[in-house]
Design a protein around this ligand. Sequence first.
Ligand code: HEM
Length: 178
Amino acid sequence: MKDMMYMLFADFRTQIVFLHVISAVVWVGGMVAMKFAAHTSIMQVESPLHRLERISHALKRLFYIVTPFVIILIITAVIMAVGLGFRDAAVDANHNVIDENAMFIYNLVHLKEGIWMLMATNLAGMMWFRAKADKLLLKGDTVKAKANLARIGNLMVPVNIALGVGAIYLGVFLRNAY
Ligand code: HEM
């Protein structure tokens, strides 16, 4: 399996890094566009019910679009994490650290994995709250629907933007670290 990842990365390095970067662009860029362009524009709609319906629909579209890229991001991440040999450079077969700097870089790779997990869990939570808001809107409960959508827009999306920006910075750092 490890040898296959090494070969895959060696043969398709450009394509794998491209897919990783484009996935980050769509995921993080999509959230920025939603928060600062679509959301601001939808706020101009006067009727509260229509406004909430538009926000929920726009979020639904965003989540559909980003989901395949979230999956491509983790697949390419695993190929890179193994294919670039971070572990082999840091520890020997008995898990003893053989190079402190390589170990630091290897830990940053783990940190990126942790960030991806947080972002993916946060995304799943947003999907759940949005679906809940949709059901409340169908019942005409705009107050509770608004609370669910506000949680997404004011907290969960900004958290994922911040985590995504952090992951992008770490990606650039890793690229220049070996
Ligand atoms: C799942 C865990 C992740 C791992 C193991 C990982 C690993 C890596 C590695 C090893 C590189 C360097 C590639 C190279 O040197 O050719 C990289 C680059 C990059 N990563 Fe990740 N990554 C992960 C998640 C993420 C996430 C969540 C984002 C953003 C949402 C992201 C955005 C980027 C970007 C934009 C680059 C390109 C940096 C550059 O070209 O200078 N990564 N990643």
